[in-house]
Design a protein around this ligand. Structure first.
Ligand code: 13P
Length: 252
């Protein structure tokens, strides 16, 4: 089996004012500088207002920075939006697309998510493409089908293991404290990897990182991150504390 280097990614969502956000970023950078041999890649995705400051705060540390969303176009009359090109220009390496909160709050379809991921690639960014079923879909026995279909709809044609990361985030586990069991996570991750293999071939699927997200905490990280098809985490609440985020990173 290919060894995939885990990615531990913090999605700060709409949290952080200048003082605490920059301190959080500097704290994560300091941890990595003190322990550079940690066995994972580290990424923080602060709100847009903090991107420039966070990029400065982590400079030279090895911590990567990403946006939480981007527009599908490079520039133009799109008030309030930010393009992938702008994120790359600032120094971002990644961008999250298709988070369930964007799909719900902003009505983003798979086609929109795919267009955003394509724009991210064109700008030289790594797209973190999020998929995941709701509780109603899980209860209706549609988990595999929903994730397969979101993956097919959201994955750009030019996706490779180098420019794309998949994040499986069961909507019922996000911010609820209700984490997927290791068996639930592994079975969906395996389905996603099998679907990736069907779309892109087994070699790409073997190398593509699939992150788990949803109430990932220091006390449940170890068993989830040890699963064969879980290649890291996309972390919300626990990414807002240096100690918690670092504890998850060191259990990867
Ligand atoms: P929580 O870790 O707060 O459940 O959030 C998960 C998430 O949505 C990360 O993108």
């Amino acid at each position: 089996m290919t060894k995939r280097r885990p990615l531990i990614a913090g999605n700060w969502k709409m949290n952080g004012l200048k003082a605490d956000g920059l301190a959080l970023a500097a704290g994560v950078a300091a941890k990595l500088k003190a322990e550079p041999n940690v066995a994972c890649d580290l990424l923080v995705c602060p709100p847009f207002t903090l991107l420039a400051g966070v990029i400065d705060a982590v400079a030279g540390s090895g911590v990567a920075v990403g946006g939480q969303d981007c527009h599908a176009k490079v520039s133009g009359a799109h008030t309030g939006d930010t393009s992938a090109t702008m994120l790359a220009d600032l120094g971002c390496k990644y961008v999250i697309v298709g988070h369930s909160e964007r799909r719900t709050d902003h009505g983003e379809s798979d086609a929109v998510v795919k267009a955003k991921a394509t724009a991210a690639h064109a700008a030289g960014l790594i797209a973190v493409v999020c998929i995941g079923e709701t509780l109603a879909q899980r209860d209706a026995g549609q988990t595999f089908e929903v994730n397969r279909s979101q993956l097919r709809g959201s994955l750009p044609e030019d996706a490779t293991a180098a420019n794309t990361v998949i994040a499986y985030e069961p909507v019922w586990a996000i911010g609820t404290g209700r984490v997927a069991t290791p068996a639930q996570a592994q079975e969906v991750h395996a389905v996603i990897r099998a679907e990736l293999a069907a779309i892109q071939g087994p070699a790409v699927a073997e190398r593509t990182r699939i992150l788990y997200g949803g109430s990932l905490k220091p006390d449940n990280a170890k068993e989830l991150l040890a699963l064969p098809d879980v290649d890291g985490g996309l972390i919300g609440g626990a990414a807002l504390k240096v100690e918690d985020f670092w504890a998850i990173a060191t259990s990867a």
